[in-house]
Design a protein around this ligand. Structure first.
Ligand SMILES: [Zn+2]
Ligand SMILES: [Zn+2]
Length: 1001
């Protein structure tokens, strides 16, 4: 038999999808498809401005990044297909402690001292080398992440990503800080802040995410303080941080709370009356009770009164020091539910303590140095690590009789989000941006008149700006506003660190005057010394610190302050620093001008961004926050029109992914095992407000439910089209075919409906609903259209209009579907499109529009009769009558339907007649006539035989168009059934004998 030339590349049902994906990547990048994609709308007047939240270039990309990147890709692809001009710029976050910690590990360094001694004895050279290592690390991982993103099928202008380490990005932050300073918002302040003793730096409120709190057990201690001039009375105090007892400043009470003096084993203690039973049980007797205010003013002696520093302080602070004070409940509320209702107040080691002390004038004296060791003046404690050795204090209290009770105490305690060390609270000078100070500037700010601008604080302005953004999901706005209304001043400095923004603040040591520099040019103009050496270098440590300015107030040389900047400054500025047409701004390889400074009109074409998307947890306090803050200061407007937030990824078992728990999947591993198309579909199908359970089981389910179903339809089409010698030469992919067949009309209507629905959902940034609609469509396409059309194709069916209609319809639907799928699953979409159309790439196509008819009534009717079908199938199942057994009739409550729909029902459920509307009632019911006549039985037997022959043909590898001879012991008597049997199995002859199928020669 002569083989017909096959028009379509045959489909392999056992395709290795990850392998195909890798082949396509070579095609896309090798044949310039990505370049053409990026350039597709370069002359369009419509713009879509996506702003990328930079990924931290410090480690390989993880699966959870792939979720966000899938969204980023989906909408940029969608808008590209719709003809919007875009920038396609990806960003890398490069500076900060996270990089330092990894470089320290790489180099085996343990502390700040080690870093400053990489080049022995040369601090400057050491820092230079360390910074260089940090830079290199960022570049290395940026390259790795680029490769991984490409693997994900993410099309971006990878050669022109922005880097937050670029000069442009850093100088743009300078401009921002200068603007803050003009408003009078930059200040240096003392505060007690969370502090990492290992990294020797403050952890800002923004970085204190809930994830950094761990359940830990510490020793808590009840101890006494002896009241002076009393009859052996003591204050009973409780603390979970014994290391702070040597720096006790005062004891706070609530002046309205009831306190009791109790006697227990011969000792007298004051504590809250409501705490007595909890602390002592029945083991004590109440002598008297008093309101807290009666206790205020009592002086007491403490266990560490002998320390040298105390001896020096005591004479200077007669009032307040080692005295009972009344709390301010707004600063430090006191309850009797935990502890004793008498609160150990230590102004240099607790934030609330510090603020309360500041309000009522308590002395403050530092206790520990930057790595949490006790300072000079702490006697035997000096040089000991306060956090690591609480027993130093506990043993002493026990030995000297100050401890009343020591217990294990389980609580949630914060640790450093980078190095995991437990934090302490430390008093330090830091730099802040004030949130609640009206502007002192006379400058006119956008949208706000002079008068208003002087009245509104930064916090108020930011809240207004946050309200202009469309948050998806809606609760995003509430969360952002919650954060904005509760947050303190923005701590922007990070002490004792190296790899970060050089804060452009030069401070005069002599007179305290400081100046904020807003640009490189300004620095050049004002530099008194050091410019020559600095020229041509990036504004980083250590070279930036060579430059000294002349103090405007006193003429002394002013130096740059030591700290680097908070890393969220780096990411928050990108709406201003990175926007440029050819993506040259903030790109260190090819650094160009920043339009915000040099060409505002160009910048405005892309600002505000139309869309940003990131994982929610944390970003309200971080990127969303800094983005809004910086845009509010610079332009008093929203940096983006829309923000889409999504949850995060956890392991399949619902727990966070951890290597040691065996539930972690690395991106590369997942990509090659699952295939990134399926992975992307998993992300698209995920509800954004729920944590995603990511794992291989879930991937298999998604593959089965959707991906393979689609692949099977595609296979069916290609296989039969090739067999029937059909090709697409006479069809067009741009218009639906004209066909009268009810199934064709139905699937074409459904396709139009799908186009309308996915367009709407994508316009609303709802990938979940769009992908749900696609999945529903593919299910209908497979389980109804193709299923009911099987009888329209194959060589046994004559080449009629009916067959032609099937092919042109399925072809049109598949090609259109490939376009709809392109943003979601770019690989399978490309395979289908390439093979069916022989075109260059689906990714250079336009987004489909509704064309031809959308028969809503037909869709409704089809749905309705499919319900009848389902009922009949389930009745058959209940009664044990297989579908291959034809029945004469069934009755139903369903009202009469059209003849063509009735034919579909009869075919599907294998029944000769339907009695419509013969059962009363509104509920859908069916009733089968189960009588099996000899004719019906013979037909069933014939069907069974057909099935066996088809199975045998497949087993023997007989081509769909090959004619065979069939032998069987039973053959139907009916002439009609015989003909039918021969036609459907392509048998030229039927013989009696033992069952076999033989090829003809
Ligand atoms: Zn740390
Ligand atoms: Zn000065």
């Amino acid at each position: 038999m002569v083989k017909k030339a096959q028009y379509f590349e045959p489909v392999d049902l056992k395709t290795d999808f990850p392998k195909e994906e890798n082949k396509l990547l070579k095609y896309w990048y090798g044949q310039g498809i990505v370049k053409k994609y990026l350039q597709k709308n370069r002359n369009s007047r419509k713009r879509f401005s996506f702003l990328d939240g930079p990924i931290t270039a410090n480690n390989p990309m993880a699966v959870h990044h792939a979720w966000g990147r899938t969204y980023k890709d989906i909408w940029q692809r969608y808008k590209n297909m719709q003809g919007f001009r875009q920038r396609f710029q990806n960003g890398f976050d490069c500076q900060g402690l996270w990089v330092e910690v990894e470089v320290e590990k790489e180099l085996g360094l343990k502390s700040k001292k080690d870093i400053e001694n990489i080049v022995e004895g040369n601090k400057k050279k050491s820092i230079e080398k360390f910074i260089d290592k940090c830079k290199q690390r960022a570049f290395t991982y940026a390259d790795i992440q680029t490769k991984q993103s490409e693997r994900l099928g993410y099309f971006m202008d990878w050669e022109n990503s922005y880097y937050t380490l670029s000069d442009g990005n850093n100088y743009m932050i300078w401009h921002f800080l200068k603007t803050c300073h003009k408003n009078g918002w930059i200040y240096k302040g003392k505060d007690v802040v969370p502090w990492c003793p290992r990294c020797e730096t403050a952890i800002s409120q923004h970085e204190m995410l809930t994830e950094t709190y761990k359940e830990v057990t510490h020793k808590s201690v009840y101890f006494k303080l002896k009241i002076e001039l009393s009859n052996n009375e003591n204050l009973l105090i409780w603390t979970t941080t014994p290391w702070t007892i040597p720096v006790n400043t005062a004891v706070a009470v609530d002046k309205d709370m009831e306190y009791a003096l109790v006697v227990c084993e011969g000792n007298k203690y004051w504590l809250a009356k409501d705490a007595v039973a909890r602390v002592f049980g029945d083991n004590c007797r109440i002598l008297k009770t008093e309101k807290g205010e009666k206790l205020v003013g009592m002086k007491y002696k403490g266990p560490y009164d002998h320390l040298p520093y105390l001896k020096a302080i005591r004479p200077k602070h007669k009032d307040g020091f080692h005295t009972v004070i009344a709390t301010d409940p707004l600063i430090m509320p006191i309850t009797a539910e935990e502890g004793t209702g008498l609160v150990h107040t230590s102004t240099s080691t607790g934030q609330e303590d510090y603020r309360l002390g500041k309000k009522i004038g308590l002395p403050v004296f530092p206790a520990i140095n930057d790595n949490a060791k006790y300072l000079e003046g702490f006697g035997e404690l000096k040089g000991k690590n306060a956090k690591k050795s609480p027993e130093l204090v506990l043993n002493y209290l026990k030995k000297e009789g100050w401890a009343v009770k020591i217990e294990n105490y389980k609580h949630r305690y914060p640790s450093c989000w980078r190095c995991k060390s437990e934090l302490v609270w430390n008093m330090t000078d830091e730099w802040y941006i004030a949130m609640d100070k009206p502007s002192s500037s006379k400058l006119k700010v956008n949208n706000i008149s002079k008068i208003q601008s002087s009245k509104l604080t930064l916090r108020e302005r930011m809240m207004n700006v946050a309200g202009k953004i469309h948050w998806i999901p809606e609760f995003g706005l509430k969360r952002e506003l919650d954060w904005l209304s509760n947050m303190q001043d923005w701590l922007i400095s990070k002490k004792n660190r190296y790899w970060g923004l050089a804060l452009p603040i030069w401070e005069c040591e002599k007179c305290g005057y400081f100046e904020v520099i807003g640009s490189k040019d300004e620095l050049k103009k004002k530099a008194a010394t050091g410019w020559k050496n600095f020229k041509g270098k990036s504004p980083h440590k250590p070279q930036i610190d060579e430059i000294k300015l002349k103090c405007e107030k006193c003429g002394e040389l002013a130096e740059r302050i030591e700290p680097v900047g908070n890393p969220w400054l780096d990411a928050g500025i990108v709406a201003y620093s990175t926007i440029s047409e050819r993506n040259t701004a903030a790109n260190p390889k090819n650094e160009g001008k920043i339009p915000y400074i040099t060409n505002k009109a160009e910048w405005r074409r892309w600002f505000p961004a139309d869309f940003i998307t990131e994982s929610f947890p944390g970003q309200f306090k971080n990127w969303f926050y800094s983005l809004i803050a910086m845009s509010t200061v610079l332009e008093n407007t929203n940096p983006t029109k829309k923000v889409l937030g999504h949850e995060t990824v956890v392991g399949e078992d619902g727990r966070a992914m951890h290597k040691s728990w065996g539930n972690a999947i690395e991106f590369n591993e997942g990509a090659e095992a699952i295939g990134v198309d399926v992975m992307r579909w998993m992300f698209a199908r995920q509800n954004i407000t729920e944590k995603m359970l990511f794992g291989y089981k879930f991937a298999d389910e998604v593959r089965r439910r959707f991906y393979l179903k689609l692949w099977n339809i595609y296979n069916f089409f290609v296989t039969y089209a090739n067999t029937d010698g059909w090709n697409s030469a006479k069809t067009t992919i741009h218009r639906p075919p004209t066909t009268k067949h009810i199934l064709d009309r139905w699937i074409l209507s459904r396709l139009n409906e799908l186009i309308v629905n996915t367009t709407k959902s994508l316009d609303e940034y709802n990938a979940y609903r769009a992908s749900e609609a696609i999945e529903g469509f593919v299910d209908d396409f497979s389980n109804w259209y193709v299923r009911r059309c099987r009888g329209r194709v194959g060589v046994s069916i004559e080449n009629t209009k009916n067959k032609e209609d099937f092919y042109s319809t399925t072809y049109y639907v598949l090609v259109t579907l490939s376009k709809i799928l392109a943003p979601f699953t770019p690989f399978i979409a490309e395979i289908i499109y390439n093979n069916l159309t022989k075109g260059e790439s689906v990714h250079l196509e336009n987004w489909p529009k509704k064309q031809g008819y959308l028969d809503g009534q037909l869709i409704k009717n089809m749905k309705s009769i499919r319900q009848v079908v389902e009922k009949v199938h389930s009745e058959r199942k209940d009664k044990g009558i297989p579908v291959r057994q034809p029945l004469n009739t069934f009755k139903t409550s369903h009202k009469k339907t059209t003849r063509s729909l009735e034919a579909l029902v009869k075919d599907e459920v294998n029944v000769k007649n339907v009695d419509w509307g013969k059962i009363k009632g509104t509920e859908l019911k069916v009733e089968l006539d189960t009588k099996i006549t000899p004719q019906l039985k013979e037909e069933a037997e014939t069907r069974k035989l057909i099935r066996e022959i088809q199975k045998e043909r497949k087993k023997m590898g007989i081509e769909l168009d090959e004619v065979v001879v069939v032998t069987n012991s039973w053959l139907p008597d009916s002439r009609e059934l015989k003909e039918w049997l021969k036609k459907t199995t392509l048998a030229c002859e039927l013989q009696k004998g033992k069952f076999k199928v033989t090829k003809t020669l």
